[in-house]
Design a protein around this ligand. Sequence first.
Ligand SMILES: Nc1ncnc2c1ncn2[C@@H]1O[C@H](COP(=O)(O)OP(=O)(O)OP(=O)(O)O)[C@@H](O)[C@H]1O
Length: 782
Amino acid sequence: MSISEEQWQAEQERVDSVTRKIRKEVAALEERTSGVRSDVVEIRKHFWDEVTINLSNAEDLIETYFSMKQQADIMNERERSHRHARMRLDKYKRLIQSPYFGRIDFREEGGKQVDQIYLGIASFIEEDGLDFLIYDWRAPISSLYYDYGPGAAQYDTPSGRIAGEMELKRQFVIRDGQIRFLFDTGITIGDELLQQALSRTADAQMRSIVATIQREQNQVIRNEQAKMLIVQGAAGSGKTSAALQRVAYLLYRHRETLKADQMVLFSPNPLFNSYVSTVLPELGEENMVQTTFQEYLESRLGSEFAVEDPFDQIEYVLAQEQAGGYEIRLEGIGYKSSAAFLHLLQSYVRKLGTEGMVFKPVRFRGYEVISAERLSQHFYSLDPAIRIPNRIELLKEWVLGELKSFEKLQRKQQWVEEEMELLSEEEYQRAYQRLRKSSRNEIETFDDLDQEKVILAGIIVQQQLSPVRTWVKCLEFVDVRKMYSLLFSQNGLAASLALLEEELPRTWTEIAGQTTAALADGCLSYEDATPYLYLTELLNGFRMNTHVRHVVIDEVQDYSAFQLEFMKHLFPRSRMTALGDFNQSIYAHTSVLGNLQPAADLFGGDQTEVIRLTRSYRSTKEIVEFTKCMVEGKDIIPFDRSGELPKVAVVDRNEWHDRIHEEIRQLQSEGYESIGLICKTAAESLNAYESLKERISLQLIKKGTGSFAKGAQVIPAYLAKGVEFDAVIVYDGSVACYARESERKLFYTVCTRAMHALRIFSIGTPSPFITSQPEECYVLVK
Ligand SMILES: Nc1ncnc2c1ncn2[C@@H]1O[C@H](COP(=O)(O)OP(=O)(O)OP(=O)(O)O)[C@@H](O)[C@H]1O
């Protein structure tokens, strides 16, 4: 709908007036924050002046404690208020540039007055404190903007539902305080604005979509009922974008009780973490905690094993077809990630409750203080009704008690005397100081030689036993490694545990052989890492994080049933939002699954909601039409934005890199800044990089790369998950590279990274995933 010049003029005047008011507020806030800042600096500088320190007796100690606490509280309070003021200031500064992006005129049912609601990234209130000049996009009334076009509309508030009539819906693009575009929209919201947003070039970092959130995405953002919200959506349907907006929404809605550090995002890789890290700050929120599952595994198992990461696993799967035992490993990966294996482990632990626990003997200076047999005997003498982790806890206490008796006996041993003679002056002094401290300064000197000996012996034994005690306290005496290994090496054990309907895989003996060999080498394959940790937790008790209240899992299709189960235990007080697309399951353990069932099963039907996003926003219509037939994508609806047809060039190996070089130059001259040259594996990426780097500026992305800049990137397919490029060049899309069924989803993932242009090079015959597409979907260049 066209806007008259007067309307435009009136809106610009409002923008001017509102920005003037914001500027005024910014100036006032700046003054206030600099005041608070200097307060904080001052308090920090004089912290100790204000604290009365006196440690002479218990009373003084208490007084000192309270004096310090009071001073620290004052400082924390000032720092908090400084931080809040700064955040407000940052938000308002952003509002000056672009105060709002939408307006709705809404008349409540039965009322006469029409309210004009302007929406922006934060609220801004008139000086009188009554009128909202801008409503935060997350306010209850703002949902009208995302859910309805002009006509009957309603929204929910904490005190009930409000219905009425939307009389106008207007969209703005305001930059530097100037209205650049103004549209009145009809039933489908934001198409003009969305067209613009999607036609832009890609950024090195993801952007917020606050101005153009679509109705179905709004359902994701504002859902508050589900304990587990699963968002199942096509490539480019805005799953990640909606989830990040959702985090901002939840932080706003529950700002009294929910803090950013109580929300965790599990990303597919560190690069993705950096890619999305700017969205929340752009919305004026602090970032949530971002991590990867691998980081967690490393933190738990890294000191015990060389833990394989998912990237090395996928490299093996993609590039080691010729290796001996390849098919066996693949079967092993599938089985070890399944619910059947999870049940097998549970049943193993039940059995261990009555027999088969393996312990490591407690040793000290080569001497066996408590043998493995005694540990086992004591463990099984405990009431079998007590859960295993609790029995282990009791066993630990018993061991510590035994160590105490052992310690006393050791003091008289010859080695202690020898150690005593070897004590340096410094060690001697240290021992003496420790002794003084423990006897509250009553000892002045070591004047009695015998007493000195006894005391020193005690200290020496205690010190030397300290690592053993720590070892015991960390439950290292429970030989989980051995028990996990036995599951594969002990004849008939696994078979006796498998449930009838969940028999062991046909090639169990071979899988078991591979696993035992790897474990013996100190290696833990990626597929073994979570089951191993799971067994550890079932035996030793689950380590939980009760602080976290919301976990967002991106690319959930890449997690096994095991890993999800694990996360649920790890964050027992947390809700979850899981985003996935089963058409992008690239890992061997999940590509067999045709759906997101493991995620759906996690909390059960009544606590789980599934929202499907079928519209794809990232790529042009041509790219979506080309890619959707590669997978089960008949429901995917492209957003109506046109571009060129994907181009497939069949080339000879000797002209290959010249042609790619030419293509990159060509794309750059057409204004595409971000270009992804996507290869199948890391080795292929390195080859591409080495062959092109002299001719063109390129960045090689490896699994450890933390962030990526704008420009041309060479990247292995599995690291391109979740990110996007103006143009994608597939390095080699030939039948030699992508033909196996297991590579179909990888190829789909690669092609769907393109926003505006897709070029595929093929050395010889193109992949069947290309040639099976209708001819009119792409251009073939020979
Ligand atoms: N409502 C929207 N307004 C503007 N842009 C949008 C909207 N929804 C999605 N986009 C854009 O579409 C692109 C894809 O979004 P996003 O990465 O969130 O999708 P995804 O479903 O997580 O994709 P994938 O599964 O393929 O990684 C991004 O550039 C995003 O900004």
